[in-house]
Design a protein around this ligand. Structure first.
Ligand SMILES: Nc1ncnc2c1ncn2[C@@H]1O[C@H](COP(=O)(O)OP(=O)(O)OP(=O)(O)O)[C@@H](O)[C@H]1O
Ligand SMILES: [Mg+2]
Length: 268
């Protein structure tokens, strides 16, 4: 027998591995030395008070911001500083804390805009509107409809996105992100503005994305019960720093977490 790592803990298990990730905005340290080992097919939660750096973290992971320092790797590839479009193509999808939809486009069009197309092959076909282009569009439309059905939005397919109730707009944004076929999906406050029933349905939907579509989820939310009920692993940020990490029970019992949240409640 020789001394090796236990087989239950392989040396590299992270689908995303982040080390020492930091971002400062003119002296303000919004994120400071953040690390992550994201295991495939987990639902990973990031919580923390207002201004803790959660959205900044997602902007960095998705290439919307460049880090001041630190590294990000995805599926063994260094993607530090890669632009957002490339990060998205590699398989990291996201939604936004403030919904970003094409308000005048229909629900169906909003999903189709996000779907994968083979751009190089289809530009000429698009211009000429060839039969192969029309067939491809029909396939995309069918796939988009499948997503709308999954997300409970099929009946709204022809309505302008801006006319939907808020909770439906949130689900539409999620549907569009899923249409890009991400392997990792970053969800920034996906239940913001939803009532408890909508939130419970969303929770089931997020589980299905993981179980049926094999999407690994990273989720930011203020709603502690949602995060505790959904996530297998939770990190807590406060003033840009990780103050706790672990399973829901250990995070809930952590005195630093309790005081960070009591501190916020006092100022709320
Ligand atoms: N573009 C920017 N320029 C300057 N400061 C910024 C910028 N973006 C964020 N900040 C600051 O960085 C800190 C972290 O902000 P961030 O939006 O990441 O927090 P958050 O945890 O998402 O908060 P919330 O829960 O309110 O969404 C805050 O102090 C914020 O004011
Ligand atoms: Mg935020």
């Amino acid at each position: 027998m020789h001394a090796t790592r236990p087989t239950a803990e392989p040396a590299t298990t992270g689908l995303m591995e982040v080390r020492g990730l930091s971002k400062s905005f003119r002296g303000l340290q919004a994120l400071d030395g953040y690390s992550l080992d994201l295991r495939p097919l987990t639902i990973h939660g990031v919580i923390g008070p207002n201004g803790a750096g959660k959205t900044t973290l997602f902007h960095l992971l998705s290439g919307f911001l460049r880090p001041s320092s630190g590294t990000i790797s995805f599926d063994g590839r260094d993607i530090t500083g890669a632009p957002a479009y490339r990060v998205a193509r590699l398989g990291i999808g996201r939604t936004f804390q403030n919904i970003r939809l094409f308000g005048d486009l229909s629900v169906l069009e909003n999903v189709m805009v996000g779907m994968r197309r083979d751009d190089r092959a289809s530009i000429l076909a698009t211009l000429l509107s060839t039969p192969s282009f029309r067939r491809r569009e029909a396939e995309l439309e069918a796939a988009a409809m499948d997503l709308l059905i999954l997300f409970g939005l099929a009946r709204a397919r022809d309505r302008p996105a801006r006319s939907l109730p808020y909770g439906d707009q949130r689900r539409l944004e999620l549907a569009r992100a899923v249409g890009l076929q991400p392997r990792v999906l970053l969800l920034d406050e996906p239940n913001a503005g939803m009532n408890p029933i909508e939130t419970r349905e969303l929770l089931e939907l997020i589980r299905r994305l993981r179980d049926e579509l094999a999407i690994t989820i990273v989720l930011v939310a203020h709603d502690i019960p949602l995060v505790m009920g959904l996530c297998e692993r939770i990190q807590v940020l406060n003033y840009g720093r990780l103050i706790a990490e672990g399973d829901p029970a250990s995070v809930r019992a952590n005195p630093d977490v309790i005081s960070a949240y009591l501190g916020t409640a006092r100022h709320a």
